[in-house]
Design a protein around this ligand. Sequence first.
Ligand SMILES: Nc1ncnc2c1ncn2[C@@H]1O[C@H](COP(=O)(O)OP(=O)(O)OP(=O)(O)O)[C@@H](O)[C@H]1O
Length: 603
Amino acid sequence: MPRVAKPKAAAPAKKAVPAKKTKSKLYKMPEKVKEGTVFTDLAKGQWRIGPSIGVGGFGEIYAASKVGEKNYDAVVKCEPHGNGPLFVEMHFYLRNAKLEDIKQFMQKNGLKSLGMPYILANGSVEVNGEKHRFIVMPRYGSDLTKFLEQNGKRLPEGTVYRLAIQMLDVFQYMHSNGYVHADLKAANILLGLGKGGAAQAYLVDFGLASHFVTGDFKPDPKKMHNGTIEYTSRDAHLGVPTRRADLEILGYNLIEWLGAELPWVTQKLLDVPLKVQKAKEAFMDNIGESLKSLFPKGVPPPIGDFMKYVSKLTHKQEPDYDKCRSWFSSALKQLKIPNSGDLDFKLKAQTSSNNNLSPPGTSKAATARKARKIDSPVLNSSLDEEISASEEDEEEDKSYRKKAAKKATPLKRNAKVSPLKRVAPAPAAESSPPGRKRVKTEPKSTPKERATPKTSPKPKGTPKASPKPQTPTAARLKTPNAKINFSPSISLRGRPGGKTVINDDLTPQPRSKKTYEFNFELDVSMDANVIVNVKRKKKEEQAKATEVDSRTPSSRSALASSSNEQGSPVTRVNLRKVNGHGDSSTPGRSPRTPAVTVRKYQG
Ligand SMILES: Nc1ncnc2c1ncn2[C@@H]1O[C@H](COP(=O)(O)OP(=O)(O)OP(=O)(O)O)[C@@H](O)[C@H]1O
């Protein structure tokens, strides 16, 4: 899973991954820094670069020591200057993670330790003629993926609960500073080093940290699906950073660490963010039943309590961290596991019947049972079925839409045409082996691939979704009437593979030679090449733009040209009818709606 490379010294090593192999096509990977190189930070401190100990999706991490000192007890994270994530991370650290602040928080909350890293230094440096940004932070040990791999993808129950408490502490710290992390996962949790270090886990990688929303819930297409697809929260699927989202992400991880497989992993949906999003909506809408399916021998009580609590939080609500921690600490007491000392990663005879030795869902029968139980009507009702965009299809969909409206995403509820619904499963989804699948965010290669989805199986024995309109889901649905939403498959910062996906505007580098596909419907039959203004809209403009789809073609083109007058860049877009059974010659009837795939080529 992680692109982690091997440390030679203290931290248990994994084999160094050559930077090129994990190279994001959208971010520049850093130049290799030679061992022994000295970086000078902004405060004129000097840092000697040691061996590479990790390659992230965006940068490389080196062991480092202060010049004059022997031990490599720091790390330097280095990325090309133009990359966004390290910029974000650095600013997060500088504003919110000073050692003094962390100490103060610990004191105030009676904590002996806190898994919040801090920044030692930062600066810029030229490597092979290319400007890089770097930060220096304390060095930690192994990340949790190592233990998950050793243990057949699970961790001891008590350790899971201790980790939950520790990560809630970190969230409380971040949230108290106005930020959310948004990308908790095993690869981003490192054990401390040195004596007693293994008692504390540290949450790293603040490349997705952002202010949480305190106002209305407004989906942001530019940020949709950011995170690591397996664990991305429902709010993050909509591009809205919230505190409850951090807790939800933690919950999905806890479930996995206890040996259960998340339904969207079992169902191999990871290539299609919208399907994952819908599966999560269905899962959380009826969390009690969903968890029972994952833990057939009994839902671990703190997981049940925690997930139910998360499912009820509103988007602005401050989580009750004490309450959450108390569920996990009570469970520890019941298991007679002290919440102190080194975290134990040896899987022993199970202490609870909930944590079966054979993880639920790994046997074929269990997998089949789970698939039957968890398949959700929303999920299966289905993206695929809605790919066809004829008027008949829309009629047929009406009854489904009515049923699904209460649980549908804003995209579904409010969008007259939601291209997200038309994302076809990538072919790889069918052929991938069971188990963890990597997210694939590159644009699909051809419109054809996208237009030939497979129909999902019909739902059976699905847990019913809660119809309560005031659930967090419903709150999530109160969104502006976006009429055009770009497909998640065009995630601009996509990196394949259980990895963080960032879809932002931070990186100024040109995205040349990329092909983006936008799927949407036009309400006339057309088969011409046209000029379309494609512009990332600022808030007000975006609202205007969302109306475009419901307008007549002439008003749309008028709007397009007016926005051109405002200086929007003109981009040539190729329109290709892919489902053009529209017949404009039929008398007395307006032409059927053809489905059109737009491929935007950037030179
Ligand atoms: N302070 C640290 N001490 C030791 N190892 C570290 C430290 N920070 C990061 N690492 C190692 O490097 C790996 C990548 O780090 P990090 O996640 O910060 O990079 P990234 O480029 O942001 O990756 P991602 O693709 O997850 O966004 C981690 O999984 C971890 O193994």
